[in-house]
Every structure is written in C-alpha cells, then in structure tokens.
Design a protein around this ligand. Structure first.
Ligand code: ADE
Length: 421
C-alpha cells in the first residue's frame, strides 16, 4: 500500500432506486445463493422520490467494517451483507488517487476495513422494498470504490446474493431478472428491457396503507410457500414463462391494456399463492381490497384499462396510470374514498405534487366537494374510508444507480467523522 501515512480516507457516494415487480418473484430454489423459481420483471421507480444514498469509505486507520443505516449503527454480520462484501472484495482492482498520493493495490483490499453509511429517502418500515435499493446501492458503491470492472448485469448477480429483488435495482426503466439455470447462480442476473425514457407517460401512485401487525417476512413466507404450495409449482413452470414473454411484448409496444391486465393478474396470483401456503399468508388487508375494487370498477366502466395495480408482501398498493391525465382522475378517486385525516394535503400527497394541480385540487376544500366517480351507480351510497391510507407517493419510472460526484452529498463527513485524518 503506497501512502506511507495512515492518515487518509477514500470515499465514494452512490444513489440507487427501488423497484416494483409487475411479474412477481416469490420462491427460491436455492436459499443461500438466492436463486428464484421463476423470472420476474420490474419497473424502476424515480430515485427523486424513492432511493437509497450510500457512502462507502476506506482508510488504513479503520479497525473493522462498520455500517450505519439512517444514522443508527447496524450489524454487518448477517449473511446478506457478508456475501456482498466478500464477492466485491474478491473482484477489487488497483486504485490510485494521484493528487492525494494514495495507491491501493488489488491485494491490499483484503486487509483494509470499510465504513458504510446509508440513508433511505422514504420510511424504511413502510414496506417499500428498501432492502432492494439498499443492497443494490451497497454493491454499486463498493464496486466503484474498489474499481471493480464488472458491468451492471454482473454486479446484479452480486446484489442478488444480498437481497433477491436488489438485482433489479441495478438498472433504470424496465428490468428482467433472469432466473438462470446454473447451480452456482452465475447466470441468475438482471438485464434491462427498456430504459425509463421508453415509456415516460406512465405515472405511479403508491398508497402507503396502515398495517396493524407486522407481516410474515418475505424470507420465511417464501420458504413456507416453496415447501407447501402446489399452486406455486404450477405458477413457476406453466404460467410465468408465458407471462414473461407477453409482458416483454407489452412493454416493447407500450401496450397499456396488456401491461395492466398482466400486472393485475400476476399480483393477484402471487397473493393466491400466499393463500395456498400452509399456514396461509395474508399480505393484503381490507384497505388493499377496497383499492382493488375501486380500480377494477373504474377499468370495467371504460373501454380500456386506465390503471394497473400491484401489491408486494404488504398492504401498500402500487398503482400505475397510463398517463398524467388518467393519474389526475385516479387521485380524484383515491382522495374521494380515502380523504386525509387532517387538513394538510401537502403531507398527504408526497413526491410529484403537480398531480394535485392536474386534478384541480388546491386544498382540502376541493377534496371535500369531490363528486362520487361516475362509475358508481346512483342508487348505491358510496362509503368513505378516512384514515385507512397514511399517505400517497406520486412518482414515475426512473433511472438506475448513479455516482454522486459532489462531496457535499457524502453521508460520512471527513471533518466531522474523521477529524484526525
Ligand atoms: N435495508 C433497508 N434499507 C437498507 C439500506 N439502505 N442499506 C442496506 N440495507 C438496508
């Protein structure tokens, strides 16, 4: 290691999006390597509204690997972190910062320790796939720090070993996780189907729904499903392979009717597979079911679907509208049925707030006088469900990981954290 002094720290900061699967990943064929029983397809969400920022730092003065998540120190001893650290370290190359007289040789990386700080710009506990963005960001940032030469797809196979769906967060736009055939998992990786500009009409509204009790973790839920559900076998072998081809075609042709039909059907089959598990797993709740009914009723009243819904391992609804105009009509319906608990519309609709202007909603008074949607029959009084949704996030398909060159954005501040370096 050149740079005789121990008094240096080298750091890299990256930002990585989260993603939502429209053809779901559920069930592993190998628990250690995290190899799935079927391919899956996702949409990457705009990192402006949902992302992880991670700073990784190396210094000869660090005594051990350490990590802080949202400001609190967490243990790195879990298998998911260790897998990613080991795989990236084994691919590290020489790194030189000529200006600062620092040179790290390939063989030095095994002796050097890391400090990692990560921050999610959305509530980690809200069930919004934070580990997907988090593990993808960790792998991407470490790869840049250690001058790893692998491309995004090869990095995705490493992120996969931290959290399965993390592999899809290595790309923006529309992404396929190919399940692969190899026993060692080398061909189980993500590829980009189309970038975020390919279909930029889509608008995504996430309803963050209050969950009363903690749901079954995905890891144990998947294990139970693989062990007990015959429906999963049928889904993985007979249904998903055909659906993947149809979804790829729908995305390529920007065919919203097919995209919406496949997205909703696949979400419903995933939850059917959960019900087919022994003991059964319930991820959606009454609020989730109400949202499905609202969308289904509306879609059936139109010539062609306006909105797709999809639900992961929790009650939150992810709604994908065909364009901005439809998104405005969607938000009118959502606010009609789920008005906010308080007068503060600003904290009830977060992300891209321009959707409120499009919907003609300047304040709470406009929400209170929203008429019932036309698809409701006049003779059925419509119920409202105040308080069942915590808030809505308005976003769109977004880009993949990026390095943040601006040192001011780093989460580990050299002067504050390492004043002696
Ligand atoms: N789990 C949830 N958020 C994470 C993050 N940002 N980094 C690593 N693991 C996470």
């Amino acid at each position: 290691m050149a740079g005789e002094s121990q008094n240096w720290v080298l750091m890299v900061t990256a930002q990585t999006p989260t993603n939502i699967a429209v053809i779901k990943y559920w069930g592993k064929r190998d628990e250690t390597l995290i190899l799935p029983v079927n391919d899956s397809i996702s949409v990457t969400l705009d990192p402006k509204h949902l992302c992880t920022t991670t700073t990784v730092a190396v210094s000869p003065s660090f005594q051990q690997d350490r990590m802080w998540l949202n400001g609190k120190e967490i243990s790195l001893s879990g298998g998911r972190y260790q897998n990613c650290l080991r795989e990236i370290r084994s691919r590290a190359c020489d790194v030189e910062d000529k200006k600062r007289g620092i040179k790290i040789l390939k063989e030095d990386w095994g002796k050097l320790h890391l400090h990692i700080a990560s921050y999610n710009n959305f509530p980690t506990a809200a069930g919004l796939a934070s580990s997907a963005a988090g593990l993808a960001c960790l792998v991407f940032a470490l790869a840049k720090l250690m001058n790893v030469k692998e491309d995004e797809s090869q990095l995705s196979a490493i992120a996969r070993q931290g959290s399965g769906s993390a592999c899809r967060s290595l790309y923006g736009g529309f992404v396929k996780w190919i399940m692969g055939k190899e026993e060692n998992g080398s061909d189980s990786l993500a590829v980009q189907l189309a970038d975020e500009k390919h279909w930029d009409d889509l608008v995504i509204v996430i309803a963050v729904v209050s969950a009363r009790q903690k749901e079954t973790s995905s890891t144990s839920g998947m294990r139970d499903t693989v062990e007990t559900s015959l429906l999963l076998q049928h889904r993985a072998k007979e249904i998903v392979p055909k659906r993947i081809l149809q979804m790829e075609e729908a995305i390529k042709n920007r065919d919203f009717a097919s995209f919406a039909r496949l997205t909703c059907t696949d979400s419903n089959q995933f939850h059917a597979v959960c019900l087919d598990t022994c003991p059964p797993i319930f991820y959606m709740n009454d609020t989730s079911h109400k949202i499905i009914s609202i969308v289904e009723k509306w879609n059936r009243s139109e010539e062609t679907p306006q909105v797709a819904y999809t639900f992961d391992a929790g009650p939150n609804a992810v709604l994908i509208a065909r364009n901005r105009q439809t998104a405005a009509l969607l938000i009118q319906r959502l606010l009609y049925y789920f008005p906010p608990n308080s007068d503060d519309l600003d904290s009830y609709i977060i992300g891209d707030k321009s959707i409120l202007q499009d919907a003609g909603l300047k304040g709470i008074n406009d929400v209170e006088v929203l008429p019932p949607p036309p698809e409701i029959k006049d003779n059925i009084p419509s119920q409202k469900y105040k308080g069942e949704v915590n808030y809505f996030i308005c976003t769109k398909p977004g880009r993949g990981p990026v390095l943040l060159a601006d040192e001011d954005l780093a989460l580990l501040n050299i002067d504050l954290f390492y004043p002696c370096l």
